[in-house]
Ligand binder design. Structure first.
Ligand code: 5AD
Length: 349
């Protein structure tokens, strides 16, 4: 099959064989990528029109018990500045965000033992009480099924937990032994079963990634059928063992955004901060390749620089929630409109 035929197949039946995916991803030319891009953009527009959903990202803690080899806030990084937001600080962020037009708040953080179920449930129910028209998304890593259930019962709507890679060997090259792909997958299954709108995802160009592992990621997403999928380029962090590795490619990330859009037509797909970090117009490019979500930073400005997952992570300019207007204008220029809406998943799983 030619690459164009593979793109047509993805558009028509939303799947392809591993060999077809591998061929497309590894040999796509610039002209073919433009066809892929237009096809994915049309697919996104069919489901979402020219709307882009926004999520206000509140980074609640830079403290983490894990030691993921790629991550700047890994436990063993002695240079990382650690902070934790109080409930009041988090509610202040929501208040700012609500005024700006955010109707989803994402609380993301390292795996910080301080945020017990009791404390999280209290924060979640306070937000839901104050802003009943808003969705609460959590991104707090791996927890027990019971814990996820409690957070859901307290009112949380969505949960983001990237699988990072769907290949076992690759997973073990990115994480210490106590973290396993099996454990990660079980968490995702639990989240889905409980009823969370669930997000998986992976880094593009992480060390030891290959075309083969990427095909496994695409298949994993297809089979799990999460409501959301976050992908962005790997970016090295100076205090990690991967400090000398190269950043993931923007082009490959765009190819994969388009492929994921065609394989999962109504998935919520963000143009991520990492994409905006490695390319000044990465976010716009992401939207034009089939993404339909952006997640500006709503964290208290004095802490933003300390949630440093990778070097030069954006937290100002278009990335900052306060600059929503300029981001909105930029998206308008490419034909898109930011909407004041929870932006829920509209499919049927
Ligand atoms: N480069 C890009 N993304 C990273 N993340 C963590 N470290 C890095 C890095 N060095 C991503 C992971 C994680 C999410 C919160 O941030 O995929 O799930």
């Amino acid at each position: 099959m030619t690459n164009i035929e593979i793109i047509e197949k993805l558009d028509a039946v939303h799947t392809a064989d591993n060999s077809e995916l591998a061929q497309l991803i590894s040999t796509i030319t610039d002209n073919e990528l433009e066809v892929l891009r237009q096809t994915a953009q049309k697919c996104a527009q069919k489901h979402f029109g020219n709307k882009v959903f926004i999520r206000g990202l509140i980074e609640i803690s830079s403290i983490c018990k894990n030691d993921c080899y790629y991550c700047g806030i890994r436990k063993s990084n002695k240079n990382a500045v650690r902070y934790r937001l109080s409930k009041e600080q988090i509610l202040d962020c929501c208040e700012q965000g609500y005024k700006l037009g955010f109707r989803t708040f994402v609380m993301q953080g390292g795996e910080d033992g301080y945020f017990t179920d009791e404390i999280m449930c209290d924060i979640i129910s306070s937000i839901k009480q104050k802003y009943p028209d808003c969705a609460v998304t959590l991104s707090l890593g791996e927890r027990s099924r019971e814990s996820y259930q409690r957070l859901y019962d307290a009112g949380a709507d969505r949960y983001l937990l990237r699988h990072e890679t769907a290949n076992k060997e690759h997973y073990s090259k990115l994480h210490p032994q106590i973290m396993t792909l099996k454990g990660r997958k079980q968490c995702l299954l639990n989240l889905k079963e409980i009823g969370f709108q669930t997000g998986a995802g992976f880094m593009v160009g992480s060390p030891y990634q290959s075309i083969g592992t990427i095909c496994e990621d695409l298949r994993f997403i297809e089979q799990l059928a999460p409501q959301m999928c976050g992908i962005g380029p790997f970016v090295p962090h100076k205090d990690t063992i991967f400090k000398n590795e190269r950043s993931g490619s923007v082009r490959l990330c765009l190819v994969l955004l388009s492929v994921i859009r065609l394989m999962n037509p109504n998935i919520l797909l963000p143009a991520t901060t990492a994409l905006g970090t490695v390319d000044p117009i990465g976010r716009e490019k992401g939207i034009l390749h089939g993404a339909n979500v952006v997640m500006p930073n709503l964290s208290p400005s004095e802490h933003r620089k300390d949630y440093s997952l990778y070097d030069n992570k954006l937290c100002t300019g278009d990335e900052a929630a306060e600059s929503l207007k300029t981001l909105s204008e930029k998206l308008k220029k490419i034909g898109y409109q930011i909407v004041v809406d929870r932006g829920d998943y509209k499919g049927n799983h």
